[in-house]
Design a protein around this ligand. Structure first.
Ligand code: GLP
Length: 270
């Protein structure tokens, strides 16, 4: 059972998303993280059962761990077959060795690809090795690969605390495409936990762009916990612009923000 509230109510009060002609971003608040995760996993399962060759846009980060665990459970216990889906991950660090435990490919292998038995030939990441020497070619190739696959059916997204989506850091334009960029200080600090020390966190990454994300036919954004409450508020009600790239999601016709009560704590009842 989820409590469903929509930020559309705010538009009726005359907030600036209505004034700017942008659609409001629907926010769905679940009582617990597990309930939210179960809902989103069910949506993915329904899509894949209907369309076994669905094209999924995948994200990494702590937010996704429980969701992927639920997909693995659906695969093991309920026969969800993910072997024919094609996946495109949002981003990858530059400068890590292939196979390094901190690459996003390693993350995906551990949490989803291996336990849910995806066909690795259908899993895609931006080529971070090539990006280090020829960033433009690596970026163009990834955009071309997504387009050649027919575009993303369902894009999963987490939120950086500074409003980044993928690695589209503050300053990223709505029109931005796959590219190499340097990581914001706060992003590197937030990644210190997984790397052990700030000095070990890469300084650059290759990420799909905001425009690439907005072209996905459906976008499911997830945010959990008190530490995401501020960025959730800014995403839904703040000024739309590059300062908080997640605000651009309000221009998407079919995007939903799934949050638990802690992440929604600044959103409603103000
Ligand atoms: C990372 C990823 C993003 C992710 C975000 C939040 O750096 N590039 O795709 O959404 O930061 O991470 P977490 O879920 O761990 O809070």
């Amino acid at each position: 059972m989820t409590i469903q509230e929509s930020s559309r109510a705010r538009s009726a009060e005359g907030d600036d998303s209505a004034a700017s002609g942008l659609g409001a971003l629907e926010a769905v608040v679940g009582p617990t993280r597990s309930v939210v995760v179960a809902d989103v996993a069910q949506e993915i399962a329904d899509l894949v059962r209907e369309r076994p060759e669905a094209i999924l846009g995948l994200a990494t980060g702590g937010t996704m761990v429980e969701l992927y665990a639920e997909l693995v459970r659906l695969h093991r216990d309920e026969g969800l077959d993910l072997s024919r889906v094609t996946t495109f991950n949002l981003d990858e660090y530059l400068g890590l060795d292939e196979g390094d435990a901190n690459t996003f490919r390693s993350f995906m292998e551990e949490h989803l690809f291996e336990p849910a038995e995806l066909d690795r030939a259908r899993t895609n990441f931006p080529d971070s090795t090539r990006a280090a020497t020829d960033p433009l070619a690596a970026s163009r190739e990834y955009e071309d690969a997504i387009a050649a696959a027919g575009g993303i059916d369902l894009q999963l997204l987490g939120l950086g605390r500074n409003g980044h989506i993928g690695f589209n850091e503050p300053g990223s334009l709505r029109e931005s495409r796959t590219r190499v960029l340097t990581l914001a200080a706060r992003t590197r600090e937030d990644a210190t936990g997984t790397f052990g020390a700030l000095a070990d966190v890469p300084t650059a990454a290759i990420t799909v762009g905001v425009a690439t994300i907005l072209e996905a036919r459906r976008v499911c954004i997830l945010a959990f916990g008190e530490r995401k409450a501020e960025v959730v508020l800014r995403t839904v009600t703040g000024d739309v612009g590059p300062e908080v790239p997640s605000t651009f999601l309000r221009g998407h016709a079919d995007a939903v923000l799934h949050v638990d009560t802690a992440a929604a704590s600044q959103l409603f009842g103000r």
